[in-house]
Design a protein around this ligand. Structure first.
Ligand code: BGC
Length: 400
């Protein structure tokens, strides 16, 4: 095989989110929900990264990474409406400074599925007037962390958040309402646009996006009706957020996990990933998600063509406790990322999800996405085989 070199200055990293790794996120809506029996199990101390971030960032460094993605936890920073915690500001400043001192470029997410309890009680993003609270938080973050954040991701996967929390009722606040879901979606788009302006006003040269979950779509059969239906589902499910917010991006953050085969059955407008017929190439992950590496090429090329912005893959990963498929998963996806670059897409970085095992939302701790395995009793981190493979790729800036 010929050596596949990535562009000079390509960013290599891993991604995490506060609630999934930090632990004791007691002021968030997820915490209350988990305590009242929501999801498979409570997040508790998660992967204890609140205490172990320095060690964890050394692990990132040991992977020869030159970038890292994490999220700030709004519920920690503003546990009560309008009252920001100086202790948590100092904490996150140290977190980000640690990354910078290690020479890692920082990608900072502002909202990754969780809300402060007080914000959720006010109706969260379902009420337009609540957006002022989010804007206030964004402004606060710009002022307090501005020089430590190289890239900002305003909202993580707005489409997934709305689908799971407001349409399928699987995440807090467990609603199943198209009307409410649509309202939240539109407000998230407004929140993105306003946050984009705020960040640019406070930090004129900053780089801003949201992290958009995109899937590769295919009509199940090629008849005209089905193809049209597939295009509509793709537009509503994946492209609409970008469409509503398209003038507010300096780059595009793409999270890619799987593909969707669409057939014309209205009852399956929002199927669970396990229920969906996928384009399978390499079997499934422990969560039952079909592995389709070519899909990453399809979503990159589609976004590159439509949006004409630099692209960073802000998440791509697999739940694979035995670590039997992860290495191949990474290599195959990267081959397609490389091909997208050869075919003209301006892809500038790749973040594997995730650095360490963590709390996989309503599924609890069972799915293991980490390059490092976490022992949830001792907090010990152990590299999986795939960690050294990823470290080699990052070191060489190429696939051998
Ligand atoms: C989310 C992560 C999640 C990952 C794996 C993404 O949709 O941003 O928080 O852990 O997928 O499910």
């Amino acid at each position: 095989m010929r050596k596949l070199e990535f562009p000079k200055d390509f960013l290599w990293g891993t991604a995490t989110a506060a609630h999934q790794v930090e632990g004791n996120n007691i002021h968030s809506d997820w915490w209350v929900w988990e305590q009242s029996g929501g999801g498979a199990e409570p997040s508790g101390r998660a992967s204890n990264q609140y205490e172990l971030y320095k060690e964890d960032f050394q692990l990132a460094k040991s992977l020869n990474n030159n970038a890292h993605r994490l999220s700030l936890e709004w519920a920690r920073l503003e546990p009560e409406k309008g009252k920001f915690s100086l202790k948590e500001v100092a904490h996150y400043r140290d977190v980000l400074k640690t990354l910078k001192d290690l020479g890692l470029v920082t990608f900072v997410t502002l909202h990754h599925f969780t809300n402060p309890q007080w914000f959720a009680k006010l109706g969260g993003f379902s009420r337009r007037k609540n957006l002022a609270h989010f804007e206030n938080y964004v402004k606060f973050c710009a002022k307090n962390f501005g020089e430590l954040a190289d890239f900002w991701l305003i909202i993580n996967e707005p489409n997934v958040y709305v689908a799971l929390a407001y349409l399928r009722g699987l995440w807090p606040p467990q609603k199943k309402s198209l009307l409410l879901g649509s309202r939240v979606f539109l407000n998230l788009a407004r929140a993105h646009r306003r946050a984009y302006k705020i960040l640019h006003r406070e930090l004129p040269t900053c780089q801003v996006s949201s992290a958009i979950n995109l899937s590769a779509f295919q009509p199940k059969s090629k008849n005209i009706l089905n193809s049209l239906f597939c295009k509509i589902i793709k537009f509503i499910g994946d492209d609409l957020f970008l469409f509503l917010t398209r003038k507010s991006y300096d780059f595009i953050g793409i999270n890619y996990y799987f593909s969707k085969k669409v057939s014309l059955t209205i009852s399956k407008l929002f199927p669970k990933p396990q229920e969906m017929e996928e384009i399978l190439l390499d079997g499934r992950s422990d969560l039952g998600w079909g592995i389709y590496p070519r899909g990453i090429y399809e979503v990159i090329m589609d976004s590159a063509r439509r949006l004409k912005k630099p692209i960073y893959i802000t998440e791509n990963g697999i739940a694979d406790e035995a670590d039997a498929k992860r290495g191949k998963f990474i290599v195959e996806h990267l081959k397609w990322v490389h091909k997208a670059i050869e075919d003209g897409a301006d892809v500038r970085g790749y973040f594997y999800w995730s650095l360490i095992d963590n709390f996989e939302w309503a599924f609890g701790f069972k799915p293991r996405f980490g390059l490092f395995e976490v022992d949830y009793k001792t907090w010990e981190r152990k590299p999986r085989k795939s960690a050294s493979l990823y470290a080699e790729i990052c070191k060489n800036n190429s696939l051998l």
